[in-house]
Design a binder for this molecule. Sequence first.
Ligand code: HEM
Length: 421
Amino acid sequence: MASCAQEIPPLKDRLGSISAVTAMVQPVAAALLITAIIMYMTSRIILGWGRKNASKNSGNLPPGTMGLLPVVGESLQYSRPSGRFLPAVFISDRIKRYGPLFKSHIFGGPTIISTDAKVNQLILQKEGTLFKSGYPRSILSIIGMHNTTEIHGNTHKVVRNVILNVVSSRIRDDKVISYISDEIVQRMNAWDGQIVRFQEEATRAKRKVVQVLQKLIAKKMCRPATETYDILDGLLAVEGDTLTREVIIDVMLGVTFAAYETTARVLMLIPKFLGDNPHVMKTLQDEHFHILGERACTEKVTLTWDAYKSMTFTEKVVKEALRLVNPGDIVFREAMEDVNVDGYVIPKGWKVMPCFSPAHTDPTIYKDPLSFNPWRWNNKDTNNMEFTPFGGGIRQCAGKELAKLELSLFVHHLVTRCRSL
Ligand code: HEM
């Protein structure tokens, strides 16, 4: 058995080992001290920075926190996946803590987040006077620096009119309906027995879009627009000093992004809603087999504008899916001057982020809001500020009628396909 004397080394040796340990610990301690000093100084700078931002404005900023780091702010918390439907946990937690209007620091800048339907309406309606579209650079670098969100005034009006005119005239064309319908069937056939990797497909596709657009423009320049007149034809027809070729390509990129990501997200979740709600599926099947009549599922069906307009229950299913999925949940604006809202000030130059999903899932507006219930739309007005899946004001979605058509045609093929499975 070892004695205590053997366990405790003599003082000289102990001093030796202590100094060895000290030698080892010293750099670590020094590093810790320096880190602590840097953290202290950083926090002072940050706190000072936060106060400086606030003190520039005489009014009362909405409550909220700005996060610990100047550039990152609360972006990491904001982008943490929620694992459930919107609103994101970040948003619902802050509504509980601060109320419907709060400040944060996300996407690289101080931001006021509004989840109040009335305030959102004000922000959207005052586009061009109190607020202007103001998407963060990180988003613009993907969707193009000159896309629809970044063009203002008359140029925006011209571009918007082109898109609205092309969309509203072409979706009534049965040939276009048939084209979309065939595309859906083709894609569905390719999905059979496969896991669909939407994200990978999208990323790969995005890289090719600019090349495709450039080739398409070159082709279009060589022949006059025909009956296949599309948004690109429309934009090329008004090409000029402000609407340059570069802007047109970015607008097309933006339209592709706006049209694809949003519609795909709703489309992806519709099968889940129907799988979870067999009674909705049954009612849909009744509607769509009625449209099919005696025709067998395997027969190629040519859908028409009239057939689409007769899909009245489908319209409610699409609305309900839009309410819960909310692919256009947030939009970005920038305050053009100090704006007073509900006793708070939104300072000039700050980003403003109207967020729609809290109103869409508010139990005082929608009974049992998280249930998928298309019948709730039987007597409900949808032209109000509490249902804004397509935004509002002069920047309201220019493709909303096309999106609703595409989603309805998808539902048609999805529910009639099941008979043959
Ligand atoms: C479910 C599908 C869709 C949803 C939920 C949706 C949602 C939205 C929202 C919320 C905005 C407003 C953005 C803002 O205020 O900053 C918007 C704008 C826009 N969307 Fe959609 N969108 C959808 C599909 C489409 C489609 C299919 C197109 C194709 C043409 C499209 C084209 C546009 C364009 C061009 C704008 C900009 C309008 C402007 O600035 O005047 N969207 N969309």
